[in-house]
Design a protein around this ligand. Structure first.
Ligand SMILES: [Fe+2]
Ligand SMILES: [Fe+2]
Length: 412
């Protein structure tokens, strides 16, 4: 098969990307297109990048809803290796026979077509041609893949001249082909900053709104470089351990915890981000393992199945994510039950878990308003409704939660 590869940060995935994909397929040069959201983009450093799992699932949801399911796929290959995602590394990894065969079959390509060898084409816009030789290991990229160049009317690049020039640099065997595209031209940065969502699909708009992405105030500006990097790296690692819904939930809790910390005590921002991000890190581990970790951590304090992941999370955050800060580990431990004498960090994570933007279990408008003005009042509302639910189902309220309720002034 001829396989088109379209890498990018897709922050957000927009109609310009869609027209690249559709144009490449229409050209007949490639049979399928694989989208590869970057995990660590070498050219986009800093805090304005949206954490990788958001971008991966945004693309996946958009492809599932809006693009040809039998011809357009999304690969998480860049989550599987460490280090920066350079084009050559990505092509090397994705073209490994064992990977690509399994990937294509998993996406519904019949076995005989999935068999190697395949030809790979890196899809790109014509604007990269004048400087392509400056790409890291450009010669090796062209040894492993062709270039499939989108040419747009009026884009100011003389494509034929550039291809002749590049053949002069890399030799005549370089496989550089062109396809024409019309349609939408869009810049992700404009979409992010101006919130002009005309150039993104309804699926993507829905995703952005559900997770409250692209806010004008970037809370990541409030943490140190090191913590920000840690947040991004943890997010990539969490992808191994959590499914889509829970992973996005736990990232949302991290960012909301940071936002709450910025309101109540800015010195807690870094720790709130990491505690929130990791609060559910153990929730999809094997139950027996969770129980073992919970017992190791707290004896028989947490025995109920749905509570195990809190102390187990503290153990896992320490072992797998290298967290040693006792305050962060406590916030993870008590995020389900609360406890007497909750620290501000404990309260922040507890509340963010209940109120992160994708939560829709009830109308939370009042709770969300209170959360940024009077944290204890917000907690009283949240804890009150949770315990009411438990009692109505005939379940017991955990002794730690009773202590917590007493502390914040809720009488049973
Ligand atoms: Fe949890
Ligand atoms: Fe949670």
């Amino acid at each position: 098969m001829n396989i088109g590869l379209l890498g990018g940060s897709f922050d957000p995935f927009h109609k310009g990307h869609e027209s690249l994909v559709n144009g490449a397929l229409r050209s007949g040069i490639v049979d399928v297109v694989i989208l590869i959201p970057s995990a660590r983009n070498p050219f986009k450093k800093g805090r304005s990048v949206t954490a990788a799992p958001y971008r991966y699932y945004m693309v996946k949801n958009a492809v599932d809803a809006d693009l040809k399911k039998d011809k357009v796929f999304v690969s998480d290959i860049e989550f599987t290796y460490s280090g920066t995602s350079f084009t050559l590394t990505t092509i090397k990894e994705i073209s490994k026979p064992s990977y690509i065969r399994t990937f294509l079959k998993a996406n519904g390509i019949k076995s005989s077509d999935a068999e190697t060898p395949h030809s790979f084409f890196w899809i790109t816009g014509s604007d990269v041609l004048p400087t392509f030789e400056k790409w890291r290991e450009a010669d090796k990229i062209l040894e492993m893949a062709g270039l499939l160049v989108a040419s747009r009317p009026g884009d100011g690049v003389d494509v034929d001249e550039q291809i002749t020039r590049l053949r002069g640099v890399f030799g005549n065997r370089s496989d550089i082909r062109v396809f024409d595209i019309k349609g939408v031209e869009a810049a992700s940065s404009d979409i992010r900053t101006e919130h002009d969502y005309v150039k993104v699909s309804d699926t993507v708009i829905d995703f952005i709104r559900t997770h409250d992405l692209y806010r004008d105030d970037n809370v990541l500006d409030l943490v140190s470089d090191e913590t920000c990097e840690q947040f991004y790296e943890n997010a990539i690692k969490l992808y191994r351990y959590l499914g889509e819904k829970r992973l996005l939930h736990t990232l949302n809790v991290g960012l909301l915890s940071l936002r709450y910390a910025s309101v109540y005590d800015r010195t807690l921002c870094d720790r709130a981000l990491i505690a929130g991000e990791l609060h559910d890190c153990a929730k999809e581990l094997d139950e027996a393992l969770q129980r073992e970790m919970a017992t190791e951590h707290s004896g028989d304090v947490f025995t109920e199945k749905k509570l195990l992941h809190s102390p187990a999370g503290a153990v896992f955050a320490n072992q797998e994510f290298g967290v040693t800060d006792p305050g962060i580990l406590d916030a993870i431990t008590y995020h389900t039950t609360g406890r007497g004498g909750m620290s501000l960090l404990d309260k922040i994570v507890y509340l963010a878990d209940k109120l992160e933007p994708s939560r829709t279990y009830a109308d939370l408008t009042r709770e969300r308003e209170l959360a940024v003005t009077d944290i204890d009042a917000a907690l009283r509302l949240c804890v009150g409704s949770t315990t009411k639910k438990l009692l109505s189902r005939g379940q017991d309220v955990h002794p730690l939660t009773l202590d917590f309720m007493n502390d914040i002034g809720i009488c049973e």
